[in-house]
Design a protein around this ligand. Sequence first.
Ligand SMILES: C[S@@+](CC[C@H](N)C(=O)[O-])C[C@H]1O[C@@H](n2cnc3c(N)ncnc32)[C@H](O)[C@@H]1O
Length: 226
Amino acid sequence: MNDAAATATLYAMRRNLLRREPVRDEDFDALYPSNVRAASQTFWTPVRVAQRAAMLLAGDRPDIRVLDVGSGPGKLCIIGALTTSARFTGIEQRPNLIAAARSAASRLEVERAAIFVEGEIQSIEWETFDAFYFFNPFMENLYSERTKFDHTVELSRTRFMRDVSAARCKLRRTRAGTRVVTYHGLGHTLPSVFRLEHRERAGSDYLELWVAGAAAARAAEPQRGT
Ligand SMILES: C[S@@+](CC[C@H](N)C(=O)[O-])C[C@H]1O[C@@H](n2cnc3c(N)ncnc32)[C@H](O)[C@@H]1O
């Protein structure tokens, strides 16, 4: 494909995303380097699922701040930034995935509404967000050696327990009304202050919308991690 054709394809895809119309995953994933593209089916949220998840997280409410916990190459954040008026942040441990996310966001011209922070999930202030997305981010710790994305980060059962516990602990401290959307779950139940408000079939699993209850419900919640 020559440069003019590639630019036209990119703009057509951007326009379809803005209109919440279907976009093929193979077209979106063409924004990424080959190793990131190759992992898409297992590791990244499909476009159609991301479009629905963004609506459940933010809908048409203005000024919502959403955190994608373990954002990979940023599909959820980028699609969310194009389909809602919310601001999306991704926290991701792998520098090459942060680079892929920033590059894709730049090509689709959403750099201001989709921000990517390199680091571990504990390194960001969860209190500043209104909504959280989890595509089963810690499960890779339990995958067989050949199914893991790569071996550049610590992956172990101990880390799985630690990260799930840290995420639940952070969620327990969020404000009433905080929304959590899961795809393939979180690896554990949500803290009991969260109530399941909606569940729908999506991609290879379900999207679930959980909403945090009021402070009274929190007082009854044990303060331990898991
Ligand atoms: C299943 S992928 C989902 C990616 C993205 N949220 C999506 O839906 O397309 C999970 C991602 O979480 C990241 N991750 C896992 N544990 C993490 C941690 N403790 N801190 C930061 N990132 C983490 C992994 O590197 C991986 O990119």
